[in-house]
Design a protein around this ligand. Structure first.
Ligand SMILES: Nc1ncnc2c1ncn2[C@@H]1O[C@@H]2COP(=O)(O)O[C@H]2[C@H]1O
Length: 745
């Protein structure tokens, strides 16, 4: 049964012309198979036991068309009958057939291999899912040698969502609008005159031709959906059109009442009134435009305005017709035949329909009825239509209104809490940026109304530009991206925002959509790496590596940046299914960890060396200070000694002077004053020149001036210690008779 059903659909459906194997897939290799999988061909034996037979299903791409196979030299392998085919050189006959037609070759093959009769041949039944709208091969190409656009090719069916059909609908709608406006206008106002009648006629019959083509050639070829399959068999599409109510209206709209012109004359334009019944095409066109235009609100408002103006137009025509009937200017209510008739009547109709003007008072029953009807129409119909416009505009701006509401609510809240102005400004900047980037705050809310697969395809389409560049996804199987795309949450960051902070527990991994993020060093003073579009970060702490459950680095947004956040849970569940991705992430994480560890070791070594240097410098300083202290102590002792010696010397000199004075006094009495005087003088000079010699324990003290050369051994220490002191110290060198210093003093 099931197979029979398939055969039925084989008869009535177009099966998607499989994309040529070489055709580029929309997004690398992952996208198209899911949307339009390659056809699977079921081969079925056409015998009575069809239902019991297993359907053999084999994967097959589109087979090359026979016509495209070119044979230049063919080798035909002939198996010996009844023997299992094992070709040897002897089995092979060479048949040099130059460009043999394929049909002949097939005949030969059929003979050689005893092909089963035509009826027993397996019938190919395609059970692959169809593409959204199938396309049929053009047959005009074969017949005329060139390809007609599908809408003009009478041999193929038409895609109801295709551009060609929508363009055609536009033309029919234009003709319909012409009829709708001009029939009433010409039937009431005196705009059709004997001179311009041919022009009007030409326009009329051009429109009629379009109507005719629509009914005869276009609508019957429109594909339709039957139990989920696109039916494109021309006989079926024709039947389908004829079953519709629209067909009846289309036929009535084409009634050739114009023949009555011969009786009533060409002024009886009202005979063309059935043309207005083709209203369904007008609606169909607007629906199609609504689907394909990026801002369908324009179409909706346009349609509503069309209705409003058309009603006013009809009202104006009716007013003019009544005025003519009662006599132009015959009373205060009717049109007084002044100015442009149509504009005056349209103005009057607008005033009455919208009840915004001071209307002339009706004076008889038909006028009262007219005014009542016009006002009622104004109250109900116009109120409805104007309300609809309001609704359309509100719908068009709903997203922006919601955005404004959110921003206002948040800023009011922050203001009430007396938050710092800088923070308020940051919040507003975030809202602005997020809105301009995403045009929505919660993408999942919008997508949730769609079925899962469609939601995924939409999300893929939206985020594909970035995701196709993420190395993790390009290196792994295509299904990873499809599994993850719905879990990615767009987030925005402002300049300087910390995306992840070192030491925090990691909950999300990030992919950069736009902007730049900096990975900071431990002290957050140095930038270790700058990550750009499609880079991934924040994965290390999510991978469950021992001892690395927390963020290993701080990552800061450099400017405004848009990222995709992927939660730990979603990542883990995806990685369970995709081991290759898990391996790649782990490898990358290992590499980063190794790099970071190497950097840290390097930094630690440098730090230790720096510390050692400081320690060495400090100890040197200490040594020098103690040496200096020793020098100072020695200097103090020496100074004390010198003082003592000076004092002793002075005392001795005083003593000697006293003794000399005493001796002089006593010698004055002596007679031999000359001799004694000389002896006394010689003894005084010897005491002055060599006191040390007289006193063997006395040492020689030298004070060297600061600019005397200093031993290189002491230069550094002396310099350091001197710089720390308020005044420069003299260099003191102690020397004795037994030991000489470095300077040889
Ligand atoms: N040296 C680095 N170069 C680039 N990215 C890094 C470096 N070190 C750490 N990261 C990323 O910064 C992230 C900080 O959070 P995670 O430790 O979860 O994961 C870390 C890595 O993805």
């Amino acid at each position: 049964m099931a197979v029979n059903k398939l055969l039925f659909f084989r008869k009535h459906t177009v099966h998607p012309a499989a994309a040529p194997a070489s055709a580029p897939k929309p997004y690398g290799s992952w996208c198209s198979p899911d949307i339009t999988p390659p056809p699977r061909t079921a081969i079925k034996r056409n015998d009575d036991q069809a239902e019991n037979e297993e359907t053999q299903v084999c994967e097959s791409g589109p087979r090359p068309l026979q016509a495209e196979i070119k044979f230049e030299k063919t080798r035909i392998v002939v198996p010996k009958p009844g023997v299992q085919f094992r070709p040897t050189e002897a089995d092979i006959e060479e048949a040099p057939i130059e460009m043999t037609p394929l049909a002949e070759l097939l005949k030969i093959k059929k003979k050689l291999f005893n092909d089963p009769p035509e009826d027993d041949k397996p019938k190919i039944v395609v059970d692959s899912p169809q593409s959204p709208v199938p396309t049929s091969p053009s047959r005009t190409k074969k017949r005329l040698g060139f390809t007609l656009p599908s809408i003009c090719d009478p041999y193929i069916t038409i895609d109801p969502q295709g551009r060609g059909y929508i363009s055609w609908l536009m033309l029919v709608t234009f003709c319909y609008s012409y009829n709708a406006w001009c029939i009433a206008l010409r039937a009431t106002f005196p705009y059709q005159t004997a001179e311009n009648t041919p022009l009007w006629m030409m326009a009329d019959y051009t429109c009629d031709l379009v109507y005719l083509l629509d009914v005869a050639l276009v609508k019957p070829r429109l594909m339709f959906l039957y139990e989920g399959f696109w039916v494109d068999d021309p006989a079926e599409t024709r039947k389908n059109y004829r079953k519709k109510l629209q067909y009846k209206f289309d036929i009535i709209s084409l009634l050739p009442l114009d023949f009555f012109y011969l009786v009533f004359g060409t002024e009886m334009v009202i005979l063309r009134l059935p043309r207005v019944l083709k209203l369904q095409t007008f609606w169909e066109f607007h629906q199609a435009m609504d689907r394909v235009l990026s801002s369908p609100y324009v179409v909706r408002i346009g349609k509503t305005l069309f209705y409003i103006f058309y009603l006013i137009h009809l009202n104006a025509c009716a007013y003019y017709a009544m005025s003519v009937y009662e006599g132009l200017g015959s009373n205060g209510w009717v049109y007084d035949d002044q100015g442009n008739a149509y504009i005056r009547c349209f103005y009057f109709a607008t005033k009455t329909a919208t009840s915004i003007g001071k209307n002339p008072k009706p004076e008889n029953v038909p006028e009262y009825l007219f005014m009542t009807f016009a006002w009622l129409m104004g109250v109900f119909v116009f109120a409805l239509l104007i309300g609809q416009i309001r609704y359309i505009i509100a719908t068009a701006t709903r997203a922006r209104t919601e955005y404004r509401k959110r921003v206002d609510g948040c800023t009011r809240y922050l203001r009430e809490l007396n938050m710092p102005t800088a923070l308020q400004r940051r919040v507003t900047a975030w809202y602005d940026y997020t809105w301009h980037q995403q045009r929505c705050f919660d993408e999942s809310k919008i997508l949730n109304s769609l079925p899962y697969n469609m939601k995924r395809d939409v999300a893929l389409e939206v985020h594909m530009k970035t995701l196709s560049k993420v190395q993790l996804f390009t290196d792994c199987s295509d299904s990873l991206i499809r599994d993850l795309v719905l879990e990615l949450r767009p987030v925005s960051f402002l300049p300087g925002d910390v995306v992840v902070r070192r030491g925090d527990v990691g909950h999300h991994m990030y992919i950069i959509k736009s902007g730049e993020c900096c990975v900071m060093s431990h002290d957050e003073k140095e930038v270790l790496a700058t990550l750009r579009e499609s880079a991934v970060f924040g994965e290390i702490s999510l991978l469950g590596i021992d001892g690395l459950r927390r963020r290993t680095a701080t990552v800061v947004s450099r400017g405004f940046s848009s990222l995709y956040a992927l939660s730990r849970y979603d990542l883990e569940s995806a990685l369970q299914q995709h081991e290759a991705a898990a391996r790649i992430l782990r490898r990358r994480a290992d590499q980063l960890i190794r790099e970071n560890a190497a950097r840290q070791t390097r930094e630690r070594l440098q730090e230790r060396q720096a510390r050692k240097l400081v320690f060495y410098r400090d100890s040197c300083l200490k040594d020098l200070e103690s040496a200096l202290q020793q020098h100072e102590a020695a200097a103090r002792i020496l100074r004390r000694r010198a003082d003592q010696l000076i004092r002793e010397n002075a005392a001795r000199q005083t003593r000697e002077r006293l003794q000399e004075r005493q001796a002089r006094k006593s010698a004055s009495t002596a007679s031999e004053s000359g001799l004694r005087q000389r002896r006394r003088l010689s003894s005084a000079s010897s005491a002055d020149s060599a006191p040390e010699r007289r006193d063997p324990e006395r040492r020689r003290l030298s004070v060297l001036s600061e600019n005397m050369p200093v031993s290189p051994k002491h230069e550094y220490g002396l310099h350091l210690s001197c710089t720390g002191l308020p005044t420069a110290l003299p260099t003191i060198v102690f020397s004795s008779d037994d030991a000489t210093n470095d300077n040889g003093i």
